[in-house]
Design a protein around this ligand. Structure first.
Ligand SMILES: Cc1ncc(COP(=O)(O)O)c(C=O)c1O
Length: 387
């Protein structure tokens, strides 16, 4: 049996896969088992913020592996201390602490739990079209219905407002509302954004009503939107902010940034995670943050995103381009899946979304002008070639 057949036989069949066996990655490129090179505008599922196999992450992880692979939060560790300090120092607003975990869904579960404990209230407001993860709590606040079909009961005290509609939010607020959770750009739904004013109004009303505002920045965080954190575009910072995806340069990590007022109320035992903030992951987080800053990747994401937006809109079959920085949705008047397959034949990987007409781009933040031009020329040929 070859690799595909073995995986299909032994791995639970929960994923749609590209028909590729990928064995190597460097920068914005990946290679299949036959040695074919692909330009990765799918970004390893929006994880490869720094590109694949960033040398600084390899060095940091290798060095830490030789010293100590793992010890839990039952002891102190210098690498965890540095990673926590570095992450908190990055964030504007009143964040004073971080909680480390392993994934985006765990980060959201933690944020919801902290918000409920802090307020002593039980109701949650989320948004239609959102995606927050696959475990029961995160699934309960996920607005996209198809992810929750046939899973039986989930957390019931969740209401969904139309994304971007502040009046709809106001109507759902009660004395029992603990928190509002928001995917800053609704990526999987088709890269949907709200207006800057909406995020500002949301901040205002949550402050007035003493409701905890959570931004799920699992995809947008750490520079992908062209700012380190999405809310910086509009001068809005939430009370809790969740991160994952590229946080540890490709190793599994999640984090919740916690504002001072909430942090002060947290006590021993309120939350825990065996592997969260382990020494190797912390070394990876530290080196990732360092590389984002040293290589000015937020700026690059903003700059390249602008170029892409400007060029993409002039291509045939493109109706609209949404998103910020290097999280972009190309709304087409033809099925995105067909375009994606044709791009794959040209050795370019892209994403689709829940909107069948939206092609999603989540390339590494390191992409150069040359790689951008190569992508644009490939897409232009596909779209101009009689789709
Ligand atoms: C916005 C958002 N939140 C949460 C998650 C869940 O993250 P994970 O798969 O690491 O649990 C994802 C995953 O794609 C996501 O895009």
């Amino acid at each position: 049996m070859d690799t595909k057949q073995i995986e299909d036989k032994y791995q639970l069949p929960t994923y749609h896969k590209f028909p590729l066996v990928i064995e190597k990655g460097r920068g914005a490129y990946i290679w299949d088992e036959k040695g074919n090179r692909y330009l990765d505008f799918y970004g390893g599922h929006a994880v490869a913020l720094l590109g694949h196999c960033h040398p600084a992450v390899i060095k940091a992880v290798n060095g830490q592996m030789r010293r100590l692979i793992f010890y839990s939060n039952a002891v102190y560790n210098s690498m965890r201390a540095k990673a926590a300090k570095s992450l908190v120092s990055l964030a504007p607003g009143s964040f004073s602490s971080v909680f480390f975990c392993n994934s985006g869904t765990e980060a959201n579960e933690t944020a919801l739990k902290l918000a409920k404990k802090f307020t002593g209230r039980d109701e949650i407001i989320s948004f239609e079209g959102s995606f927050h993860g696959r475990t029961i709590g995160s699934l309960s606040v996920t607005g996209l219905k198809k992810y929750k079909e046939n899973v039986g009961s989930i957390i019931s005290k969740v209401k969904f407002a139309k994304f971007g509609d502040i009046d709809a939010v106001k109507k759902l607020i009660t004395k029992e509302t603990a928190t509002i959770i928001l995917e800053s750009i609704q990526s999987i739904a088709g890269v949907r954004e709200a207006s800057g004013k909406f995020y500002q109004q949301l901040r205002k009303i949550t402050k007035e009503r003493k409701i905890i505002l959570i931004f799920d920045e699992v995809q947008t965080g750490l520079g992908r939107s062209g700012k380190m954190f999405f809310g910086e575009h509009f001068g809005v910072m939430p009370d809790l902010l969740t991160l994952a995806k590229g946080l540890a340069g490709g190793l599994p990590a999640g984090a919740v940034m916690v504002s001072e007022k909430i942090a002060k109320s947290v006590q021993y035992g309120d939350q825990g995670c065996t592997f969260g903030g382990g020494p190797v992951i912390s070394a990876a987080i530290l080196s990732t943050i360092d590389a984002i800053q040293k290589e000015k990747l937020c700026e690059n994401a903003g700059r390249v995103g602008k170029i892409l937006k400007k060029e993409l809109i002039s291509l045939s079959h493109v109706e609209k381009v949404t998103g910020e920085g290097l999280l972009l949705g190309i709304k087409l008047d033809v099925p995105a899946k067909e375009v994606q397959s044709k791009l794959l034949k040209k050795f370019i990987l892209t994403g689709t979304s829940d909107d069948p007409n939206v092609l999603r781009l989540m390339p590494p933040l390191i992409i150069s002008k040359k790689e951008t031009d190569y992508f644009l020329s490939g897409l232009s040929k596909v779209l101009g070639g009689g789709i």
